[in-house]
Design a binder for this molecule. Structure first.
Ligand code: IMP
Length: 197
């Protein structure tokens, strides 16, 4: 049995594999970059669910007998009216790097004099079963946005996100923290519960 993960993001892939692999050793995990001729469809949905579906369905079209998992995640900052949200990947432009997106976020918070630095990561997974059912599993992690990027672990906006109850960013706390507490881990655990029920 195979599960194909619809992401080209190495950081995300690593986290998904770390959570799933020990729990489902009978399913071998693969990812879209292993398919030479595969071109992902543009993520032009209006919601996380739309985009997770786009990712999962475009891979399911070429791996129709296998499990397929699509993950769409965003960071919502309360004081920015929940931006960047579904636009998190392209916040600083269509091909923006993680550091450009993070720099833009901090700049916007300064320009707009954002007082409320509360924020959440939201992760929506769309899992398609071998018999073509769609399972939706979600997870969130609340925290605050720091004043400067700190830490070297993780990816994306991890260097500016301080989870509630902590004084360090996700990028300082390291992979062990995300493996047990993150929005993605919580969503993946819901998938595992459903799979095993
Ligand atoms: P996407 O879900 O791959 O479209 O990612 C949306 C944006 O959020 C990208 O800029 C990612 O780098 C970022 N992102 C996704 N997941 C995480 C996470 O777990 N931590 C920090 N940033 C993330």
């Amino acid at each position: 049995m195979e599960m194909w993960i619809a992401t080209g993001n190495e950081g995300k892939l690593k986290e998904i594999k770390h959570v799933l692999q020990p729990q489902i050793p009978e399913i071998s995990l693969h990812h879209q970059n292993e398919l030479k001729a595969f071109t992902p469809r543009p993520e032009d949905g209006k919601t996380y669910l739309d985009n997770a579906r786009i990712k999962a369905r475009s891979l399911k079209a070429v791996r129709d007998k296998d499990w397929v998992l699509g993950d769409d995640t965003g960071l919502e900052v309360v004081g920015l009216g929940n931006l960047p949200g579904v636009h998190s990947a392209r916040y600083a432009g269509p091909h923006a790097s993680d550091s450009e997106n993070t720099a833009k976020l901090l700049k916007m918070m300064t320009i707009r004099h954002v007082g409320d630095r509360k924020a959440r990561f939201f992760c929506c997974l769309v899992i398609m079963t071998p018999d073509n059912q769609e399972w939706i599993c979600e997870g969130e992690l609340w925290g605050t946005i720091g004043k400067l990027p700190q830490g070297t672990h993780g990816f994306g906006y991890d260097s500016v996100f301080i989870p509630d109850g902590e004084t360090k960013t996700l990028a300082e706390l390291g992979p062990g923290y995300k493996l047990t507490h993150s929005h993605r881990t919580l969503a993946l655990r819901k998938f595992l519960e459903r799979l095993k029920s």
